[in-house]
Design a protein around this ligand. Structure first.
Ligand SMILES: Cc1cc2nc3c(=O)[nH]c(=O)nc-3n(C[C@H](O)[C@H](O)[C@H](O)COP(=O)(O)OP(=O)(O)OC[C@H]3O[C@@H](n4cnc5c(N)ncnc54)[C@H](O)[C@@H]3O)c2cc1C
Length: 349
């Protein structure tokens, strides 16, 4: 029981992506608990980021601020039979290559604090000797992680939502038209439902939902994310990021390689994202140059995510009782496990 006159706090979460699903599961299980409702768009819902995510998870990120949440989340997944099973975690290691002047030591130390023995800082020769790069800057530096790999965010959210429902969360297959400062949720079928806390966790749909609710969009915006499944002979290469070329990727099921380059399409409508074919062509050209192999794009996946000026999935206040839980900026698969625990605690505080 919590603050509101001895009754359980009533919490509404808008969105059943990996962020909303894990927040619901964390909130209903938190000490003191809460009565939780999740509003989703149902089984035939839109192909969201959680469904198509590459699911790369590692501890290392180039800044201390980003490495902490990523390493903490990964450590929790690895330590939990439940989370490993729910997320389909596959441990393959990871490689992160940076320009020579990058300050990698501090973030690598953070990885080591959460995942002892995982991170090793190496130079160009080690990368060139162990991985199939043909083009690497002479002074580049890299972080090799033993305890990293990939998850399925879609599988994780499906399992978390099922467990949340079993623990008493009500899942409404009812899209939300607007949220209000009461706080309340107005469903597309015209009902207005009041809660003690309303959290908008609608991923890339969040900015438009806030705008049509007459609420500040508060530094949130959308951006396209796109990768291609490629036929590419990249034996020996696991999950990687190469900041020098912008390429990232991992081996994919079915013998192909998932390869991506950052998109520059900001402000996209998440319902109208189309593949950027020029970007897919640039991707293939870069991969041919960097790895010196033939690369053929077989299929391109284009979607979007919600970005925040200070990147990171976290609970952000829009006023009393009204929050967002989004802004993962293309990386929330890495951080959602830890971020949802912190957000649930903050919500119930
Ligand atoms: C192509 C791609 C590749 C990625 N690869 C990686 C990666 O390798 N590693 C990594 O860490 N991260 C990656 N990410 C980022 C990560 O997957 C996302 O940050 C994460 O999935 C976002 O989850 P979410 O729940 O916030 O949003 P979403 O998964 O988009 O979920 C939002 C949900 O809200 C629902 N919704 C929207 N509007 C309403 C409404 N009005 N009412 C009710 N429900 C609503 C939608 O139907 C949807 O289910 C990738 C993202 C993309 C797009």
């Amino acid at each position: 029981m919590t603050g509101t006159a001895g009754r359980s706090l009533r919490v509404a979460i808008v969105g059943g992506g990996v962020a909303g699903a894990l927040l619901a599961w964390r909130t209903v299980r938190a000490p003191g608990g809460a009565s939780v409702a999740v509003f989703t768009e149902g089984a035939g819902g839109r192909p969201d980021a959680s469904r198509v995510s590459g699911g790369l998870v590692r501890g290392f990120e180039p800044t201390v601020a980003a490495a902490g949440p990523a390493a903490e989340s990964l450590a929790e997944i690895r330590a939990s039979d439940v989370l490993r099973e729910w997320s389909g975690y596959r441990e393959t290691g990871a490689l992160y290559v940076l320009p020579g002047d990058a300050a990698v030591r501090e973030p690598a130390d953070i990885v080591d604090a959460y995942l002892p023995g995982s991170a090793e800082v190496v130079g160009r020769d080690k990368v060139a000797g162990a991985f199939p790069f043909r083009e690497l800057p002479a002074d580049c530096v890299a972080v090799l992680e033993r305890y990293a790999g990939h998850i399925s965010p879609h599988r994780l959210r499906t399992a978390a939502l099922a467990a949340a429902a079993q623990a008493g969360v009500t899942v409404h297959e009812a899209p939300v038209d607007a949220v209000t400062r009461d706080p309340a949720v107005r469903t597309a079928d015209g009902r207005t439902l009041r809660y003690d806390r309303v959290v908008v966790a609608a991923g890339a749909w969040t900015p438009a939902l806030l705008a049509r609710s007459g609420l500040p969009v508060a530094g949130l915006r959308t951006k396209q994310i796109q990768y291609s499944l490629c036929a590419a002979p990249l034996a020996g290469l696991g999950p990687f990021v190469d900041e020098n070329s912008g390429l990232y990727g991992r081996p994919h099921e079915g013998g192909c390689f998932l390869l991506g380059l950052p998109s520059d399409r900001w402000g996209v409508d998440p319902d109208a994202v189309t593949a950027d074919l020029a970007l897919a062509e640039r991707l293939a050209d870069s991969a041919r140059r960097v790895f010196g192999v033939t690369v053929a794009v077989e299929h391109t996946v284009a979607s979007s995510d919600c970005y925040h000026d200070l990147a990171g999935l976290e609970l952000r206040s829009l006023g009393p009782g009204l929050h967002t839980f989004t802004g993962g900026s293309g990386g929330a698969a890495k951080t959602v496990v830890g971020a949802s625990r912190k957000a649930a605690a903050a919500l119930l505080a």
